[in-house]
Design a binder for this molecule. Structure first.
Ligand code: URA
Ligand code: SF4
Length: 204
């Protein structure tokens, strides 16, 4: 499979990267999606937060983390003392992968091939922003950031020093959201917040 590299410009201006991403055909996910969802935040951000892929609402609006998972992330960031507006938010995969069921579009986890294809964009973004630390939200983000598969339970809760920048891996907010109303929710939300607290000092 091809990847995004032929669409990634040499420029490390975030506006140039985002405009170029609209034309990306590095994998087949661009076609059924509404639009690319690139990122939010400034190049001066000290923390980069990486999610999995845009969801239904992000696909429609063009902005990352504006749907239900984004609202849960907002709550967790506030509790952890991280200012979302001062962070750079992006995704490992920049087009929404879904399955149609009637009029509904159901989220489908991106495959390893999609993560690999889209990885050149994340590389360019990390060069542009050059953050003090990266937070990988969930296994898909962690795979892209670290370049290897990990199990969240084995790597969460400490800052990893194996990449060029310190990396904190934690749960994806959607995984916590799925527990809402269940007995495990408070614990899962608390664990997400306590992981994020480890990244907070890098954001200052
Ligand atoms: N989930 C993600 O991983 N990213 C988004 O932008 C929205 C939901
Ligand atoms: Fe390009 Fe990534 Fe979209 Fe695939 S998901 S078309 S690699 S931007």
């Amino acid at each position: 499979m091809s990847d995004a590299s032929e669409w990634v410009p040499d420029s490390r201006d975030l506006g140039d990267l985002e405009s170029a991403a609209h034309a990306c055909r590095g994998c087949e996910l661009w076609e059924p999606a509404t639009q690319v969802v690139f990122s939010s935040g400034e190049r001066s951000a000290r923390l980069v937060l990486v999610g999995e892929q845009p969801g239904d609402q992000e696909d429609r609006s063009g902005e990352p983390f504006v749907g239900p998972a984004g609202r849960l992330l907002d709550e967790a960031l506030v509790a952890a003392g991280i200012d979302r507006a001062a962070a750079y938010l992006t995704n490992a995969v920049k087009h929404f992968r879904f399955e149609r069921r009637g009029s509904r579009r159901i989220h489908k986890t991106p495959g390893v091939g999609h993560v690999t294809a889209c990885r050149p964009w994340l590389g360019a973004e990390l060069e542009a922003v050059s953050p003090a630390a990266v937070v990988a939200l969930g296994a898909t983000a962690a795979r892209s950031v670290l370049g290897r598969p990990v199990k969240i339970g084995e790597v969460r809760g400490r800052v990893l020093d194996e990449a060029a920048v310190p990396v904190l891996v934690t749960a994806h907010p959607s995984a916590v959201l799925r527990l809402r109303g269940d007995a495990g929710y408070d614990e899962a939300f608390g664990a997400l917040v306590s992981d994020l607290r480890l990244a907070a000092p890098f954001g200052r």
